[in-house]
Design a protein around this ligand. Sequence first.
Ligand SMILES: NC(=O)c1ccc[n+]([C@@H]2O[C@H](COP(=O)([O-])OP(=O)(O)OC[C@H]3O[C@@H](n4cnc5c(N)ncnc54)[C@H](OP(=O)(O)O)[C@@H]3O)[C@@H](O)[C@H]2O)c1
Length: 291
Amino acid sequence: MDRALVLGGTGFVGRELAEYLRCPTASLSGGGGSIAVDARHLADLRTKVGQLAPQTLVNCVGLADVDLAERDPELADSLNRRVVDNLVRIQPEMGFRLIHISTDYVFDGQRGGYQETDPPNPINEYGRSKLRGEEVALGSNGSLVVRISSPYGRGFGVRKPQFFRYVTEALRSGKAVKALTDQRVTATFLPDLASAIETLSQRSVAGLVHVASAEAMTRFEFARQIARVVGADPELVTPGLRSDMKQWMAPRPADTSLNIELSEGHGVSYTPVETALRSLLTVGPERKAGG
Ligand SMILES: NC(=O)c1ccc[n+]([C@@H]2O[C@H](COP(=O)([O-])OP(=O)(O)OC[C@H]3O[C@@H](n4cnc5c(N)ncnc54)[C@H](OP(=O)(O)O)[C@@H]3O)[C@@H](O)[C@H]2O)c1
């Protein structure tokens, strides 16, 4: 993609996107060769983005820790809404196209199969702060908001346990894992997200678009599929419920599966989950962030 910049490019989603899009990154720490910037501060953001002069800015900055967002709504607001507000302020003078990453957690999860036109109704602080960020981004001319769902990929920028990696490692060492039967998502394969961003950019698509998967699954079904691909006994995956997760501060929605027909209509295509898992499981160990 021509002159793209991934803001938040040291994180789980951003690092992987930057690898696929082959573009520079900026982040709070400035780790792994990214440019250091505190995107909460307008002047710092203006200076750093001005130096890089991107044509497209993909915003992957966010507080994605759902329980931390519940404990610290101010932090969630500053990263999930104020950063977007700052980007929208500098966008007219810098002239970049804003692509902002959002989440299926803007929905209450009572129904699933959500389209872009369905009314959001978040049930936790994370979802509420992300919804405010979406509203700010959509107020800016030509910007694109991409909602993703339970992303999985190589895990270059992972700093906290990631479901796909945790399940794979446990099953490979013969350990049992509990996975939820009452939480259903359409997990976004990160290489699909990267190619979707390229496709949607080339076509100058603006507004709100879901980029997820054609296959809605519970965490339990996803973990059983990993077991089959890894060649482990699927019975090692045992059923659990959200109510078992006593350490969770924030409520989780039951079914936030996303309808992807709008993106498909724009030419976005999706890798079948089994193919995606096979590709991840045959590429060898994940690289560490900054490595
Ligand atoms: N992970 C998920 O399950 C998930 C699901 C749906 C949607 N999303 C969305 O995807 C986006 C990325 O999530 P993620 O999981 O990749 O998060 P992450 O791994 O925690 O990465 C966050 C990124 O934001 C950067 N950052 C934090 N504060 C910053 C600041 N003040 N200024 C500049 N950069 C800052 C971090 O930089 P440093 O590394 O330098 O601290 C890091 O690069 C979020 O908007 C999230 O809502 C995530």
